[in-house]
Design a protein around this ligand. Structure first.
Ligand SMILES: [Zn+2]
Length: 212
């Protein structure tokens, strides 16, 4: 906590005082073009990685960057956040960005590890599609191999879940919204994006990757 307070005071003294007009204008509203759905994991620090400023990216974070399908009982916060982003803010891109070494994904593949965590177990049921895809596509694989592919499969499966949301389905159909599946590799800090043309995850380049 002490670290946060020290950084906050440093922020006020340096960044805020040097950019007064920019920060004052934030009270006027927000017009972010991109929504980022990523994991709560503390090692994922998107503001640092992508260098975005306040007002530029609408962010939703949870354990495992999971998007419950529309109408699911446990999905209140996520559904409302996505609906607002698409229907009100008119977001143009939604990026689901998973990461390697994700604790939620490991638990998804090993449900016995969360038997004493009923809320986590319930939450992970929203990613049952990911678990089935990974297990059934790799029937003879060991856990280590499954863990290596689950982040990518999950990012794609969560795009499938996103499309069940009426606001998302409508905006995509009208050509106003693009969906992207990304994975951040903690091992080498490379961000990969799914390329529908090749059917592979490829390292993101400066130009905008194709949407799914
Ligand atoms: Zn994670």
């Amino acid at each position: 906590m002490k670290l946060l307070l020290e950084r906050y005071h440093a922020f006020r003294q340096s960044v805020l005082s040097a950019n007064k007009e920019f920060y004052q204008n934030l009270v006027l509203g927000q017009e972010p073009e991109t929504m980022l759905i990523t994991c709560s994991d503390s090692r994922i620090c998107p503001e640092s990685m992508f260098g975005y400023r306040p007002g530029e990216v609408f962010v939703l974070r949870n354990a495992g960057n999971i998007v419950p399908s529309y109408g699911q009982g446990t999905s209140g916060g996520e559904v409302a956040t996505i609906e607002y982003a698409v229907a009100v803010l008119k977001i143009k891109h939604i990026v689901v960005c998973g990461h390697t070494g994700c604790g939620a994904m490991k638990a998804l593949l090993d449900p016995d590890s969360v038997t004493t965590l009923p809320a986590v177990a319930e939450w992970l049921r929203s990613a049952e599609n990911t678990r089935r895809v990974v297990m059934e596509s790799n029937p003879n694989a060991e856990m280590k191999e499954l863990v290596s592919v689950v982040a990518r499969e999950n990012a794609l499966c969560q795009l499938d879940n996103l499309r069940t949301h009426p606001a998302v389905a409508s905006a995509v159909r009208q050509g106003n919204l693009n969906l992207h599946a990304w994975v951040y590799k903690l091992e080498d800090h490379v961000v990969e994006a799914y390329n529908p043309a090749s059917g592979q995850f490829e390292q993101v380049m400066a130009e905008e990757p194709a949407s799914v």
